[in-house]
Structures are given as C-alpha cells and as structure tokens.
Design a protein around this ligand. Structure first.
Ligand code: PEP
Length: 328
C-alpha cells in the first residue's frame, strides 16, 4: 500500500522551498512532491550522513504482545544475533571543501533498546545480553504512591530499566493522554535518570489537512515546556498512519519532517540540542525498507513495533546503520 503523498500546501506557504535542492536530494529520480525546508544547516548533497551527533538508535516496542515462552524465544534470537559493532569510518566535506572524518560513526555501537510489557521486563533483564538495554512502554507522571495500576520511574530504576517510551500514538489516541501530561511524564522520568524516547506524529487526517508540521511542533512544544535537559532524550517521529499499517513513510517524507523537527529545535530550544539530538523514525519499518530510510541524513535510527518481535529482522534493522556511508 502506498503512503499518503505530500504535505499540503498550507504547510508550504511558511517554508522557503528549493526545487533545485529537492531535485538534488534524490539523484536520478523525479523530485519528491513535497519540497524541502529552506535551512541554513544543509550539508553536502552527495554524502549520506547522520545529522545528529549521537549514535544510531534502534528501539523495539513489543507493545502488549508475548507470553513467557514467546518472550524467552525472542530473547534467545536477540542473544544469538550479530549486532553491528564496527561501523566503517567515512569522510564528509567540511565547509571549506576539504575532507574530514565524521566523528559519530567511528567504531560506534548503535544504541539498541527493547521495550517488553512491564510484566516481562524482569524476565528479559535476567536473560538478555547486556548489549541491549531495556525500556518501559509507559511510566507514571510523578513519584509512586496511591496510583493503582501505575509504575513509577523510581521502580524502573530499581529493576535496571533505563528508558521509557512516552507519547506513543496508542497512548495519545486510545488511552487519551494529552500533550501536557506527556510532557510532565517526560520531565519526571528524566529527573529520575530514566531516559526518554519522546514520540510525536500526525494522524492521517491531519496530514491530509496540511497540519503535519503544526501537530508535530505542538507536540514538541509540550515536551520543550517541561524538559530542561535534552541529553537523555531521543525524539521518535511516528506518523500515526504508518504505525502497524504496512504503509511506511517514504524516506523523503520522513526526512522532510525530521529536518523540520531539527529546525524547530534549533529555533525553540537551542542549536546545540538541534544538532546533537537523535531523531528516529517509526511506522512499519521492517528488514526490507530500513536501509533506504537509514540513508537519510536526519534519520538517526528507528522505533520498531511489529518487526521487533522477530529477532533476525530486528537485528537487520539495527545493522542498517551500515547504509549510512558515502553515496556512490
Ligand atoms: C510503534 O508502535 O512504535 C511502531 C512503529 O509500530 P510498527 O513498526 O508496527 O508500525
């Protein structure tokens, strides 16, 4: 199934666009329908690189799936997988035109995280290779206490769970969590040294109404209103129409929004945060489409649902970091 096409023109009216840049963006192919943002931080067109200065990041969101047995099988597959550990160094032109080595890919291990259902976190923690860290899929907004059914950040720390996924569309749109509540959850988790995978993304009708950037920026603002230190935050752009549907965003569609988010951070948070933060893509990523997505410079990794339930496929997605190399 094809993904929805371009962002609507109302978004474009406030963007400086460059048809020549769009054409150069995908050599040998027609210019993408959606035009690129005008942006002063552009890099060389012929280099496929990584804009964020951190490591490639791949998270597996197991959602509400699994049994003790299936979790045990998945852990065995992950333990047996060869995860990329020695990514090639590559070179990129400096602003003066000379070649310089990009720092981030030098023998850099991608960050790999899996998020089992709460009830299996301890089982996974006790059986999974240390190479892969653990994430929760949710956390309470503050200190624990009389909050039936909730899990606190302090409890995540207690069992060695270092990450939490927040703002996932299934919690926004099915459970009803709003922007401010999610922003407060992020702030509290970070205050307890739990790192945050902060999800954002538009519904299909919002994309079709030309509101993709409005929605993403509104969700980003709620995080920014609450977060003071972004060091332990990874942004996950997950268009809701792509989650669990098989309709993956095209690399150009994903790159366009990732670049817009990075520009938003530059303007509204700081240039340092914008240039260093990881912005990962989620929505029907699989072993077959990950490499093309990973080549885009502002795509710093993935958040994976369905395909993370198959160990070999998840390993292939982790290893797609190798497709970030000098374009031929
Ligand atoms: C997700 O739920 O975060 C997700 C990206 O799911 P899927 O990969 O199945 O689309």
């Amino acid at each position: 199934m094809a993904a929805p096409s371009s962002l609507a023109s109302s978004n474009m009216s406030r963007l400086a666009v460059s048809r020549s840049r769009a054409a150069a963006f995908a050599p040998g192919t027609p210019a993408p329908q959606q035009l690129r943002l005008g942006c002063s931080r552009r890099r060389a067109q012929r280099i496929v690189a990584m804009a964020g200065s951190g490591k490639f990041f791949v998270g597996g969101n197991w959602k509400c799936n699994g049994t003790k047995d299936s979790v045990s099988k998945l852990v065995s597959e992950l333990n047996a997988a060869t995860l990329e550990s020695d990514v090639v160094t590559f070179v990129a032109p400096s602003t003066t035109g000379s070649l310089q080595t990009r720092r981030w890919l030098d023998h850099s291990l991608p960050d790999v995280v899996v998020a089992p259902p709460f009830i299996y976190i301890d089982q996974v923690k006790n059986s999974l290779t240390d190479r892969i860290e653990l994430s929760a899929q949710n956390v309470w907004v503050g200190k624990g206490g009389a909050y039936t059914g909730e899990i606190s950040a302090e409890q995540l720390v207690d069992i060695g769970c270092k990450w939490v996924i927040l703002g996932h569309s299934e919690r926004r749109n099915i459970i009803g969590e709003d922007d401010d509540f999610i922003g407060k959850k992020a702030a509290y988790a970070l205050s307890q040294n739990v790192k945050v995978i902060a999800c954002i993304g538009e519904l299909l009708e919002e994309r079709e109404a030309g509101k993709t950037f409005d929605v993403c920026f509104r969700q980003m603002k709620a995080y920014a209103d609450n977060i003071t230190n972004w060091t332990d935050v990874v942004i996950a752009y997950e268009p809701v129409w792509a989650i669990g549907t098989g309709k993956v965003a095209s690399p150009e569609q994903a790159q366009e929004v990732h670049a817009a988010i990075r520009d938003w951070l530059k303007t509204n948070v700081s240039p340092d945060v914008a240039s260093s933060i990881r912005i990962i893509y989620g929505g029907s990523v699989n072993a077959g489409n990950c490499a093309d997505l990973a080549k885009k410079e502002d795509i710093d990794g993935f958040l994976v649902g369905g395909a993370s339930l198959k160990g070999p496929d998840f390993a292939t997605i982790v290893n797609s970091v190798t497709s970030k190399k000098v374009a031929a």
